[in-house]
Design a protein around this ligand. Structure first.
Ligand code: HEM
Length: 396
């Protein structure tokens, strides 16, 4: 008999420690769920998330995209023309050409991080590679001195806990944001000393799109958004991907045999990003009453888009609970969102993951989870991915 899930607090991190049975229950039996603890709705089906993400007139981002938390002035909380223009300015500093040019140094850092640990025969994938690499990349792109990367990462780690809802916003998180704001001021001073600099802050200070520039507040919050997007999510994809490959030595070997086949490796990256789904959800707010699955979402109420449930929706993914790097995708996964807010960093994230896999697999013959030291995932209702992943490695 199916277990019934009711009265679930979706913002509680413990709800998501082992979420699959619960998510499947809602996706199949109660696809629109009212969470009485947080007074927000949730949807679970792929098609519902797509429909809501497409229709920003009915489901706006301007009231915020975290549960019961107010919006900030970054692009992620804008709609329509305002969103298009602000994203246009930020994207200028973030062009495909600029992203492609980052690949050689991303590869160098990846090799450095792997080779410094490989001789010991042990690695803790999260701190040795998966968290370190994306922070080095986004930190360098933003012009942050390397000695400061760990500190910036520690602030961002804390902000993300606050993204679970207002009840999780602690004094410590507010202090971390205060420190980030001071860091932003220092970075602006550095940028002013080098106004032709190639870092993202300088690019944004110069960038104009259809005659508009970022104002001071927008710049601060875009800086925050890019740091969070850049440093946190790709970490989950790299660590979660290596964990799953360690659990499937046959697929590890198959990927190694096909490392020169770009299409094969890129497909494996997509399966990893589907499998891990680094964000649990983003939110929208209804601008009018909407009927869905026999219930009414009232004007002003928030709806959470549960991406992991949609990425395992059997209406779109065959054998959705199977990890398969050769998966034929009839439908794209939804880990990067959908529509106007589709992740601006997706091509960078995909490249980071691909380079990490190429360099890791070409150097590491054997990858095994440590039987005496089990991995741990982040306990969160916002981000998903390993927090601690000790492995045994053997060089080729
Ligand atoms: C695997 C890694 C990543 C995942 C899973 C991911 C996921 C997402 C998702 C789901 C959204 C949509 C938000 C919404 O609809 O409300 C988003 C937006 C965004 N992401 Fe990512 N992201 C990743 C990596 C990155 C990276 C590396 C960056 C930048 C360095 C980045 C920057 C952004 C920005 C700026 C937006 C806002 C776009 C907009 O509002 O138009 N992300 N991301």
């Amino acid at each position: 008999m199916t277990k019934i899930f009711e009265n679930i607090d979706m913002c509680d991190p413990k709800t998501h420690d082992d979420p699959w049975e619960m998510l499947e229950y809602f996706r199949e039996n109660e696809p629109l769920y009212w969470d009485p603890h947080n007074e927000v709705w949730y949807v679970f089906r792929y098609d519902d998330i797509v429909a809501i993400s497409r229709d920003s007139e009915t489901f706006t981002s301007t009231e915020g995209n975290r549960p019961n938390l107010p919006p900030d002035p970054s692009m992620i909380h804008k709609d329509g023309e305002e969103h298009r223009k602000q994203r246009g300015i930020v994207a200028q500093g973030f062009s495909p050409k600029y992203i492609r040019e980052q690949e050689p140094r991303i590869r160098e850092w990846t090799i450095e991080f792997i080779e410094s640990k490989l001789p010991s025969g042990r690695m803790e994938i999260v701190s040795d590679l998966a968290a370190r690499l994306p922070m080095r990349i986004i930190g360098t792109m933003l012009g942050v001195p390397v000695e400061k990367h760990d500190l910036v990462l520690s602030w961002i780690d804390r902000f993300l806990q606050g993204g679970m809802g207002p009840q999780y916003v602690t004094e410590e998180i507010n202090e971390a944001y205060g420190e980030f704001c001071m860091h932003h001021e220092e970075m602006l001073e550095l940028a002013a000393q080098n106004p032709d600099g190639d870092d993202l802050l300088n690019r944004w200070l110069r960038a104009e799109f259809e005659g508009e520039k970022l104002d001071e507040d927008q710049l601060l919050f875009e800086h925050t958004l890019l740091n969070v997007g850049g440093a946190e999510t790709t970490r989950s994809a790299i660590a979660g991907g290596l964990e799953e490959l360690a659990r499937h030595p046959d697929q590890y070997e198959l990927l190694y045999q096909n490392l020169d086949n770009r299409e094969f490796v890129e497909n494996a990256c997509e399966e990893i990003i589907r499998w891990v789904t680094p964000f649990h959800n983003m939110f929208r707010t209804a601008t009018r009453d909407v009927e869905m699955h026999g219930k009414v979402i009232k004007e002003g109420q928030m709806v959470g888009l549960q991406y992991p449930a949609a990425n395992r929706d059997p209406r779109h993914f065959k054998d959705p609970y199977k990890f398969d790097i050769t998966r034929k995708f009839d439908t794209k996964h939804i880990s990067f969102g959908y529509g106007a807010h589709f992740c601006l960093g997706a091509s960078l994230a995909r490249m980071e993951l691909r380079v990490a896999l190429e360099e890791f697999l070409s150097r590491v013959k054997k990858l095994e989870l440590d039987p005496n030291d089990p991995p741990r995932w982040v306990s969160s209702s916002f981000v998903r991915g390993p927090a601690y992943l000790p492995v045994i490695v053997e060089a080729r």
